[in-house]
Design a protein. Structure first.
Length: 304
């Protein structure tokens, strides 16, 4: 039976810990210059309806390092852009490829693709969810803190796909999640309701960022206007005033708290350059770990 990776909520704690263990091994082997190519002869299709830096580079480099081939396709490169149905496309690419990673707008489109494909489908990002990002972020937290268990993660900013996937993670793992979002910019209501019911350590939603960040072990933020929301940028800057992660806000977190951002960052908006480049920031390790964690996911889904 094929497996897909469409959301963090699809994973069990055992699944996540398995990914982390294998990612750590893959990272160590790469650092030691050990060639490890379990996916030799395998091909990953990468369908991009949204532009990308980290997602494309990490998946493409990851497949190469594992001995496989990655094929990049945007909407202009396929018949999807000319009216072919998702179901027909999924059936056809399943005859050519060993897995597909999709970075697109609609979560429903990814789920429909997975429903009709006979190969593993990976959600590289949708407007609703960003599961690969959050799993790799949790891996980074384990590297820096030794565990995720019992920690407090504070998310400050827009209740977007990153926030939604953090809620899914908190619904599966024993860490506390506190979100601070302006009114009208909360995470998806269905995901939040489900998360609050399932979370072992609890999920809270605040208007005041100080309340969310107080005694946090991890302080996380993302851009105030995501891809496709550029027209709202000016209005959002005014609405999100006071939700900036800066030195003053960090004073309310634990002294050893780390700062995370999924990038790209708008310095001076959701986060100050002082904090992004400061001693508490683990942003660059966080970005690198996309490679190692996604390699683990690829091998687990595509390996024998």
């Amino acid at each position: 039976m094929k497996k897909d990776f469409l959301s963090v909520y699809d994973l069990t704690r055992r699944d996540i810990d398995r990914i982390f263990s294998h990612a750590a091994n893959l990272k160590a082997m790469l650092k030691d210059g050990i060639i490890y190519q379990p996916l030799a002869g395998k091909t990953l299709g990468m369908i991009f309806d949204k532009s990308s830096t980290r997602t494309r580079l990490s998946f493409e480099a990851g497949m190469y390092q594992l001995g496989g081939l990655a094929i990049y396709l945007n909407s202009r490169d396929t018949q999807l852009g000319r009216g072919e149905t998702i179901a027909d496309t999924a059936r056809i690419v399943s005859r050519y490829l060993d897995a597909v990673m999709i970075r697109t707008f609609s979560q429903e489109s990814v789920e429909e693709f997975a429903q009709h494909a006979t190969i593993p489908i990976i959600n590289g990002l949708t407007d609703l969810m960003h599961p690969c990002q959050i799993v790799s972020d949790l891996f980074t937290i384990v590297e820096k803190k030794g565990t995720y268990e019992g920690l407090k993660v504070a998310y400050v900013g827009d209740g977007n796909n990153v926030a939604n996937s953090w809620i899914d993670a908190a619904a599966r793992l024993p860490f506390r999640l506190a979100l601070a979002c302006p009114k009208g910019y909360e995470p998806d209501a269905r995901i939040l309701e489900r998360g609050r019911k399932k979370a072992p350590k609890g999920i809270s939603l605040h208007r005041n960022p100080v309340q969310a960040v107080r005694n946090a072990d991890v302080v996380y933020t993302d851009v105030w206007a995501s891809m496709g929301q550029e027209a709202e940028q000016e209005a959002r800057v005014k609405i999100f005033e006071g939700y900036q992660v800066n030195r003053r806000l960090l004073q309310h977190a634990r002294p050893d708290a780390v700062v995370m951002h999924c990038l790209p960052a708008h310095r001076g908006e959701e986060i100050t350059a002082e904090v992004l480049d400061g001693p508490r920031s683990v942003v660059w390790d966080q970005a690198e770990n996309r490679l190692h964690v996604q390699k683990a996911i690829l091998e687990i889904l595509m390996g024998k």
